[in-house]
Design a protein around this ligand. Structure first.
Ligand code: NAD
Length: 304
């Protein structure tokens, strides 16, 4: 059975974190019927308290029962594999043949290729569909969604993606979306570190950081970091972008692993992996990724 999904079709949603919450909310507002699960019982009860039409469930398996599609918005692909296939009460035990799993987490594309094969053997299709745009664009439903998988599976789920994102791009077969997402975040992370180092040096020289960001934004130094993170989170030092350093470091390692898997030497990427992994250790649990500015300041103090 491969019917097109339209409201009020039932969707299982697993992972009600910073991103999952606003994405699941968009689906409810679009008229879909939601069955939700998160290992955090508080995350589930808070969500169902705010959206009483959603059904709270106690496992991935229970969430999957009767759902035409299952969305995962989890920290990484290893956790996705546990939730969908190998953990306790995994979704596969509740899903019906013909269902589609949409992994919107930023997972490792090589693991995704394997998960796609393993799910296909059980009659379940997989689309990898990671997102870019952060919490703000999850709230207003304008995420960029990078899809890997079969075009027929994208077509039947397009209205589901359409409730959460504005740009939906089929990038290639299984894993293609996750590969592109990791590479996108490499660019995003590199731009952010470059901005932070420039701000630290500029400030030490006597420049005003706000003025610096304004000038970058009308000059060739402009980037996503200068446009949506400089004045918003770094200059005022509120560091409230809603995406952790740990998750960014994981994305960098994913990009590095893809290059290694393909036996490609990428010195700058390797350095970015080390830099973000060290920053994650130093900044502490839960640190926002824009706190990489504080890490740049710490390293700067070690100069002669
Ligand atoms: P988060 O840590 O806020 O949320 C993850 C949620 O998953 C938590 O509620 C956690 O309790 C739940 N969870 C963990 N293990 C589970 C399991 N086994 N079963 C069920 N639930 C489980 O993370 P987030 O910021 O929402 O990010 C989610 C994914 O989206 C990550 O892969 C991240 O890299 C990616 N992403 C995040 C952003 C962002 O701005 N935050 C942007 C784009 C992509």
């Amino acid at each position: 059975m491969t019917t097109t999904l339209a409201p009020p079709a039932t969707i299982a949603f697993i992972g009600l974190g910073m991103m999952g919450r606003p994405m699941a909310k968009r689906l409810i507002e679009a008229g879909f019927t939601l069955r939700v699960f998160d290992v955090s019982q508080k995350a589930v009860s808070d969500f169902v308290g705010a959206h009483p039409s959603a059904l709270a469930t106690a496992s991935a398996k229970a969430a999957a029962q009767g759902a035409a599609a299952l969305i995962t918005m989890l920290p990484d692909g290893k956790i996705v594999r546990q939730a969908v296939l190998e953990g306790q009460d995994p979704a596969i035990e509740g899903l019906e043949a013909g269902a589609v799993v949409m992994d919107m987490s930023s997972s490792n594309p090589v693991d995704t290729q394997k998960l796609s094969r393993d799910l296909a053997a059980r009659g379940v299709a997989l689309l990898d569909a990671p997102v870019s745009g952060g919490v703000k664009r999850a709230i207003d439903g304008s995420l960029s969604i990078m899809v890997g998988g079969a075009s027929a599976d994208l077509e039947r789920t397009r209205s589901v993606f359409g409730a959460m994102g504005k740009t939906i791009t089929l990038c290639g077969p299984a894993g293609a979306g996750h590969a592109l997402k990791a590479l996108n975040n490499y660019l995003s992370a590199a731009g952010l570190v470059a901005m932070c180092e420039a701000l630290v040096v500029g400030e030490a020289f006597g420049l005003d950081p706000g003025t610096m960001v304004d000038v970058f934004n009308t000059s060739t130094g402009k980037s996503n970091a200068t446009e949506v993170k400089g004045r918003q989170f770094v200059v005022p030092r509120n560091f409230a972008a809603g995406f952790t350093t740990a998750l960014m470091a994981k994305d960098l390692r994913t990009a590095g692993d893809v290059a290694k898997h393909l036996k490609l030497k990428m010195p700058h990427l390797e350095q970015a992996v080390s830099y973000w992994t060290a920053a994650d250790g130093k900044l502490g649990k839960g640190a926002d990724h824009t706190e990489i500015f504080r890490y740049a300041e710490m390293l700067a103090e070690q100069g002669d």
